[in-house]
Design a binder for this molecule. Structure first.
Ligand code: ATP
Ligand code: MG
Length: 408
C-alpha cells in the first residue's frame, strides 16, 4: 500500500513554518506498513491544490492532505476538492449546527466567515474535529482514498490518529520506531556500549541522536508484518535499556520531567525549586507535564541577590564571601527553598549563562546545581559548553536528573 502526503500553506512554501505535519504522517504511515511515495507542498491557491490532489490520486492509493480548511479567504482546500470531484460545495445543516454549538459552548459569537467550514463538496464526507472548528473531509478520487485535515498540528494529529488511521488498514512491510532517551553519558561513550547493536544495515537498525541535552538511541525495525516489527523494536529497546542501566531516562514521548514526575508521585513526595540562571525553566519543564500539581509545590526565581536573601534565606555574608555563583550559595538556595515550601525535595540552581558576565574564576557555563532532601544536600559543579540557551537547558536537566537518581 502506498500514499502521497500533500501539505498546503503559503507559510510552508515560503519557509516561515517548518512542515512538521508531513513528517508526522509519514512516520505514522510507515508504522502501518504504508509507503509514502512523495511529499508535496503547495501554496494556498485553488488550482494548484486541485491539481496536486488529482495528480496524487492517480499515483497513490491513499492521499493525506493538511491545511487550508480555515474560515479565511486563503483557505481554499475544500473548494479545490470540489473542483477535483467536479461538484459544488453544499451547506451541511448538521455541520452548521455543530459549528454554532462549538462557539456557543465557548461563549463566543460565530463569525459569518465560519459558515464556510460547514460546507462539504457533494460526494465528500465531513470528518469530526474534536480539537477545533474545521471539520476534515474524506472522498474517493479515482480509486484513491483522499483525506483532508486541518493544518493546525494538534488538530491534525488527533484527527489522523482517531479517525483516519483506523480506516487505512495495514500494508505489508512495516517500520516500527522506538526511542530510548538517556542522560549522563556522551554520544561516543554511549555508542561504545552498544556498538555491536549499531551495525549498518542491521534489522532493527540502531543509531544515536543528540537533542536538547539528551542522547537518544533510535531503533527502527522492519518487518513484513506490522505487529512483528513493533515486537522487534520493543525487544531491541529492552536490550538497550539493559545495557545502559540507570543512564536510561525513558522511552518515546517520555521526558526527564515526566519521568521525575512519575517517580515523585510514586514516592508520594513533593518538590520545590529555587532558580537563578535558569529563570524558572525547571518549573516550566515540570509544569509542562499534566498532573504536576500533585507533586510540584512551586518555586522562586531568585535572580537578584536580595531575592536569594529575603525569599530563600541565603546569608549576606555567604554571598559576599563566595559570590552568588558558588557551591555554598547553591546549597543554601535549595535548603532555604525546601524549608520555606516545606517540600520533601528542593532544587537550587545558580550559574553564569553568558554570553556576558563571565570572569576568569567564574567563566560562562559554570553552574552549581544543588538538591536538598531529608538526608542532606548534594551539589554538583558543572562547566557547560554552548550558548546561553544550551547552558540553561543543561543546568535544568542536571537538576532534574539529580532528583531522578535519588528517587530510583
Ligand atoms: P485553521 O482552521 O486554523 O485556519 P487550516 O486548516 O486553515 O486551519 P492553516 O491555516 O493552513 O490551517 O494552518 C494553521 C496553523 O497550522 C498555522 O499556524 C500553520 O503555520 C500551522 N501549520 C499548517 N500546516 C502545517 C504543517 N504542515 N506543519 C506544521 N504546521 C503547520
Ligand atoms: Mg492556511
Amino acid at each position: 500500500m502506498n500514499a502521497i502526503i500533500i501539505s498546503i500553506g503559503e507559510e510552508l512554501t515560503t519557509g516561515q513554518t517548518v512542515n512538521t505535519n508531513s513528517a508526522y504522517l509519514a512516520r505514522r504511515l510507515a508504522e502501518r506498513g504504508i509507503r509514502t511515495l512523495e511529499h508535496c507542498t503547495v501554496s494556498d491557491e485553488r488550482a494548484p491544490v486541485a491539481a496536486a490532489i488529482a495528480r496524487a490520486a492517480e499515483s497513490a492509493e491513499i492521499v493525506l492532505v493538511s491545511g487550508g480548511l480555515g474560515p479565511t479567504e486563503d483557505d481554499l482546500t475544500r473548494h479545490a476538492l470540489a473542483d477535483v470531484l467536479g461538484t459544488e460545495l453544499l451547506l451541511d445543516p448538521k455541520r452548521l449546527a455543530h459549528l454554532e454549538e462549538w462557539f456557543r459552548a465557548r461563549g463566543r459569537a460565530m463569525a459569518d466567515s465560519n459558515r464556510v467550514q460547514a460546507m462539504v463538496p457533494r460526494g465528500a464526507e465531513a470528518i469530526d474535529n474534536r480539537m477545533g472548528t474545521a471539520p476534515g473531509l474524506a472522498a474517493v478520487v479515482k480509486s484513491a482514498k483522499v483525506f483532508i485535515m486541518p493544518g493546525v498540528p494538534s488538530e491534525m494529529k488527533v484527527m489522523y490518529d482517531e479517525q483516519i488511521a483506523p480506516l487505512l488498514g495495514e500494508g505489508a512491510g512495516a517500520i516500527a520506531f522506538k526511542i530510548v532517551h538517556t542522560y549522563g553519558a556522551g554520544e561516543s561513550d554511549l555508542g561504545a556500549r552498544i556498538a555491536d547493536l549499531m551495525r549498518r544495515g542491521a534489522n532493527p537498525l540502531v543509531g544515536t541522536t543528540v537533542a536538547a541535552g539528551l542522547v537518544s538511541v533510535r531503533i527502527e525495525a522492519h518487518d513484513r508484518v506490522p505487529a512483528r516489527a513493533r515486537e522487534m523494536a520493543a525487544e531491541m529497546a529492552a536490550e538497550v535499556r539493559r545495557r545502559l542501566g540507570e543512564l536510561v531516562v525513558g522511552e518515546d514521548e517520555e521526558t526527564l520531567a515526566s519521568v521525575v514526575g512519575a517517580l515523585l508521585r510514586k514516592a508520594g513526595a513533593t518538590l520545590a525549586t529555587a532558580e537563578s540562571c535558569t529563570g524558572g525553566m525547571i518549573g516550566e519543564m515540570i509544569t509542562g507535564v499534566s498532573g504536576s500539581s500533585e507533586y510540584y509545590l512551586g518555586g522562586v526565581i531568585a535572580y537578584d541577590n536580595r531575592v536569594k536573601q529575603e525569599l530563600l534565606g541565603v546569608g549576606e555574608a555567604m554571598l559576599r564571601e563566595h559570590g552568588a555563583v558558588s557551591e555554598p550559595v547553591a546549597a543554601a538556595m535549595a535548603e532555604g527553598c525546601r524549608k520555606r515550601f516545606a517540600s520533601d525535595w528542593a532544587i537550587g540552581v545558580t550559574g553564569v549563562a553568558g554570553p556576558t558576565g563571565g570572569t576568569a574564576d567564574k567563566p560562562v557555563g559554570l553552574v552549581y546545581v544543588a538538591l536538598a532532601g531529608k538526608g542532606g544536600t548534594e551539589v554538583i559543579r558543572s562547566q557547560f559548553p554552548g550558548t546561553r540557551d544550551v547552558i540553561r537547558v543543561r543546568a535544568s536537566l542536571m537538576g532534574l536528573n539529580m532528583l531522578r537518581r535519588k528517587l530510583l
